[in-house]
Design a protein around this ligand. Structure first.
Ligand SMILES: Cc1cc2nc3c(=O)[nH]c(=O)nc-3n(C[C@H](O)[C@H](O)[C@H](O)COP(=O)(O)OP(=O)(O)OC[C@H]3O[C@@H](n4cnc5c(N)ncnc54)[C@H](O)[C@@H]3O)c2cc1C
Length: 370
């Protein structure tokens, strides 16, 4: 059994909060630094597939999550006229994994994680934007410094890669939001409407709520007002069939955002000495992978396991990288391949929701966990 460590975590997103919970429960002394004045709830919702639910179960939060979320049973793919193209049986993959898949609004997931952190002995500081110089200072004061500070401007990643890792834009914008579910909605099915170079996905949660994302090819334009993006969203999708139309009409405008989604290339290392990056800072993938938050949760669990098995921090971090690299890189590549298929502008026949069988998918998701 390894000794208790002093751990500094930069960023209270999914990865940072999950690591704070698991590491504190394992007896480590955790300090968490977040630049915002509270945990961020940006983003409409996430689907936590069985690999993420495995980690939630390890944290003792799986039941609370199920209470707050939805339990999708199918993924249905439609053309823009609403004609069903393919169905994918989520329950079959869940059965193979031995765990459910749960959909949840981002704010509900973050509240659950934050409530748990608050109930533990974690020293949490908000309104503190850590700089590269701060990271060096933390490195002297703590046994381990973990950068869970996100995909775009991770300062901890910058200390490892002073020449900067440049996040990549893949040419499509995502407009996301939360709506109230209408009658036309199948409440246990994730719906994926695919047109030429544009896509609209709807994910039911619970209590009549769903989250959704419309995506299409667009260059980055930081000067264009948010309202113009929303107007374009409506123009593009308002003639699409229900439930797309309903969802747009019943959207909570405060929940809507447009995001120029970037990912990063797989990195040759995630640590130096006792400084490590995890989550999106280490291996951000496109939303088309559906695995960003799931992999962030897995990171927290694996890192805690490595720290339990190996007392020397640098060796534990090396083991962590070897354990995690293949799976996270695969998620990054899957995200890119799917994005290319949806948005590359080369007409392709409509593709099934996923090309791989339930057995292959369950094997990928649970790899390294059980
Ligand atoms: C549209 C969209 C849909 C998605 N859907 C899904 C999905 O269905 N399933 C899924 O698994 N994933 C999904 N993802 C991906 C998922 O949201 C991310 O992978 C996940 O949030 C990454 O968590 P993280 O903790 O690594 O980073 P983040 O959640 O970005 O958290 C980083 C934190 O660090 C803080 N921070 C940054 N810099 C500093 C600093 N200098 N000092 C202090 N604090 C700092 C930030 O304020 C933030 O709180 C989606 C992403 C997008 C964009």
């Amino acid at each position: 059994m390894a000794s208790s460590k002093k751990i500094a975590i930069v960023g209270a997103g999914v990865a940072g909060l999950a690591l704070a919970i698991i590491a504190t429960k394992q007896g480590h002394k955790v300090s968490l630094f977040e630049r915002g004045d509270k945990v961020p709830t940006l983003g409409a919702g996430v689907t936590l597939w069985p690999n993420a639910m495995f980690v939630m179960q390890q944290m003792g939060l799986d039941n609370a999550l199920r209470d707050r979320g939805g339990l999708p049973s199918m993924m249905c793919q439609f053309d823009p006229q609403g004609v069903l193209q393919t169905e994918f049986d989520i329950l079959a993959v869940n059965a193979l994994c031995g765990l459910p898949s749960v959909t949840i609004l981002r704010r509900d997931l973050m509240d659950l994680l934050m409530d748990t952190v608050s109930s533990l002995d974690v020293n949490i500081r908000f309104n503190l934007s850590i700089t590269v110089a701060d990271v060096m200072k933390l490195d002297r004061e703590f046994d381990l410094v973990v950068g869970a500070d996100g995909r775009m401007n991770s300062v901890v990643r910058q200390t490892l890669y002073p020449d900067k890792v440049m996040p990549r834009y893949h040419g499509f914008v995502n407009v996301i939001g939360v709506s109230h579910q209408q009658e036309s909605f199948q409440d246990n099915a994730i719906s994926d409407f695919r047109g030429s170079e544009q896509r609209f996905g709807i994910v039911p949660v619970n209590g009549g709520r769903c989250y959704w994302a419309g995506a299409w090819n667009a260059p980055i334009d930081k000067h264009r007002p948010q309202s113009d993006w929303f107007e374009e969203l409506n123009q593009r999708f308002r003639s699409w069939p229900n439930p797309v139309k309903d969802v747009l009409q019943n959207s909570d405008s405060a929940s809507m955002r447009h995001i120029f989604v970037h990912d990063i290339d797989p990195l040759p290392f995630w640590h130096q000495g006792n400084i490590l990056i995890i989550g999106d800072a280490a291996h951000a993938s496109l939303p088309t992978s559906g695995q960003g938050a799931c992999q962030a949760l897995e990171d927290a669990w694996h890192l805690s396991l490595m720290l339990k098995e190996e007392d020397e921090v640098a060796s534990a971090l090396q083991n962590f990288y070897h354990q995690r690299y293949t799976k996270t890189s695969a998620a990054q590549m899957v995200g890119r391949q799917l994005a290319k298929k949806f948005f590359s502008g080369q007409p392709e026949p409509l593709l099934p929701a996923t090309h791989i069988s339930a057995k292959e998918l369950s094997h990928f998701w649970m790899q390294g966990l059980i």
